[in-house]
Design a protein around this ligand. Structure first.
Ligand SMILES: Cc1cc2nc3c(=O)[nH]c(=O)nc-3n(C[C@H](O)[C@H](O)[C@H](O)COP(=O)(O)OP(=O)(O)OC[C@H]3O[C@@H](n4cnc5c(N)ncnc54)[C@H](O)[C@@H]3O)c2cc1C
Length: 384
């Protein structure tokens, strides 16, 4: 049996200063009405103005090399910044996917012209990307996807349908994973490619899918014979599966996988100050211990990735545990401070609680369901 590799990791002292800097920026923004905090702000808190402010602060594209306009900082710098943004419930969804995975993808595998076209706007918080993986009949079994691109003179004609595309109605472009060769049942991962699709062209329809709360943050996106020029292929044609899987460790291990409901936890802590109930303190102790452990595990995966080491299995474990923790915060809040006992004065608690409960079903689905993740962990440990 293989073992997990979580090498020890510490934040260097100078990052405490950065943390303080981000906190004071956020406190100023909050006090001056710069944003309204929300649970799950990385998926549902949309504010282009706020994204642009982060760009001005130098907190987007932080880890990208200076030659492409990035800050050339370490992944640990970015880790600290995003932990603070998430903890404050800041509206960061507009740029989230692009900053987390598309910009690094373009640095590694993109062409000069792709980098020139998209990176400056992504770094300034003005260009946003969506993820085009899931389809109506291909979610966990992603290799079953049927969206296909057919070679024509000068490019590819794209036809098909993506679903659950977060933020696609606001985004400028999407990285679409599609078939560029017919399905080979013996090797279903072969013949897939990643194409960059600008979302403002004819033949693309973005239809909203509303959440149970009535909110709209994901979509069904269909493509009807859309022309994608050759220079919009990312990396190697037919190598899309390997490329897309390479993005997943970044997608799965970050603090957004355990901090989505942190604003509610903060309110629980505030309410606990007026409580004499030992049960309340026990519950908070348990959540705090889990939070610290998750922070450490996520930090360790970030450290491994920053050294170019593989951390796929570890990232998956962090996501599985972290997303359960996000739900546990909502469940604990319900048990120790029942909604019906809350007065209108505690309106922050009420709002965060409602948001957490209504968003919670998605936590353990998005980015790969926990059942699928456990299969990956078992395989990584050599048990399957
Ligand atoms: C909030 C949210 C945002 C999302 N954003 C995006 C996005 O931006 N872009 C994008 O491409 N996708 C996005 N997704 C889609 C997400 O990646 C899929 O929902 C997920 O991969 C599961 O696929 P599915 O919904 O088709 O479920 P299915 O694959 O149909 O699974 C249904 C159930 O069966 C279980 N199951 C399936 N196969 C197995 C198996 N082999 N063993 C055990 N159990 C199994 C699953 O765990 C699940 O509980 C988002 C989803 C959510 C909830």
């Amino acid at each position: 049996m293989s073992l997990m590799n979580f090498p020890s990791a510490h934040l260097p002292p100078h990052l405490l200063e950065l943390r303080e800097e981000v906190r004071s920026f956020l406190s100023h923004e909050l006090n001056t009405g710069g944003f309204e905090p929300t649970v799950d702000g990385w998926l549902s808190g949309y504010s282009p103005e706020f994204s642009k402010k982060l760009g001005k602060q130098g907190w987007l594209g932080m880890t990208l090399p200076k030659e492409v306009g990035g800050q050339g900082k370490s992944p640990l710098d970015r880790f600290v910044v995003i932990e603070e943004l998430l903890a404050a419930g800041a509206p960061v969804s507009a740029h989230w996917v692009g900053d987390r995975q598309t910009a690094p993808l373009l640095v590694t595998l993109g062409t000069d012209s792709q980098r020139k076209k998209y990176l400056p706007g992504m770094i300034s918080g003005e260009i946003y990307f969506a993820i085009g993986l899931s389809e109506p009949n291909a979610g966990s079994d992603l290799a079953a996807l049927t969206t296909k691109a057919t070679k024509v003179d000068g490019g590819w004609r794209l036809t098909g349908r993506k679903i659950w595309s977060s933020g696609a109605h606001h985004c400028h472009a999407m990285i679409v994973l599609c078939r560029t060769l017919p399905l080979d049942e013996k090797n279903r991962h072969a013949g897939l490619s990643q194409l960059i699709l600008d979302l403002d062209q004819p033949g693309i329809e973005v239809r909203p899918i509303h959440l149970i709360s009535g909110e709209h943050h994901f979509n069904e996106v269909s493509f009807d014979d859309v022309l994608i020029p050759d220079n919009m292929v990312v990396g190697e044609i037919n190598n899309g599966w390997q490329q897309a899987m390479g993005e997943l460790a970044y997608e799965r291990s970050g603090p957004e996988r355990f901090l989505s409901t942190f604003p509610l936890f903060t309110e629980v802590l505030n309410m606990a100050q007026n409580s004499q109930d030992p049960g309340v303190y026990r519950a908070i102790g348990s959540l705090s211990a889990q939070l610290l452990a998750l922070h450490q595990l996520s930090l360790r995966v970030t450290t491994s990735l920053s050294k170019g080491e593989s951390a796929d299995t570890e990232a998956v474990l962090v996501k599985d545990m972290g997303t359960q923790f996000e739900r546990e915060i909502a469940e604990t809040a319900r048990l120790i401070f029942p909604y019906e006992d809350i007065s209108d004065d505690d309106s922050h608690y009420q709002r965060f609680y409602q948001q957490a409960v209504l968003q919670a079903p998605g936590f353990t689905l998005r980015g790969g369901t926990n059942e699928i993740l456990r299969g990956i962990v078992a395989r990584g440990l050599g048990l399957r």
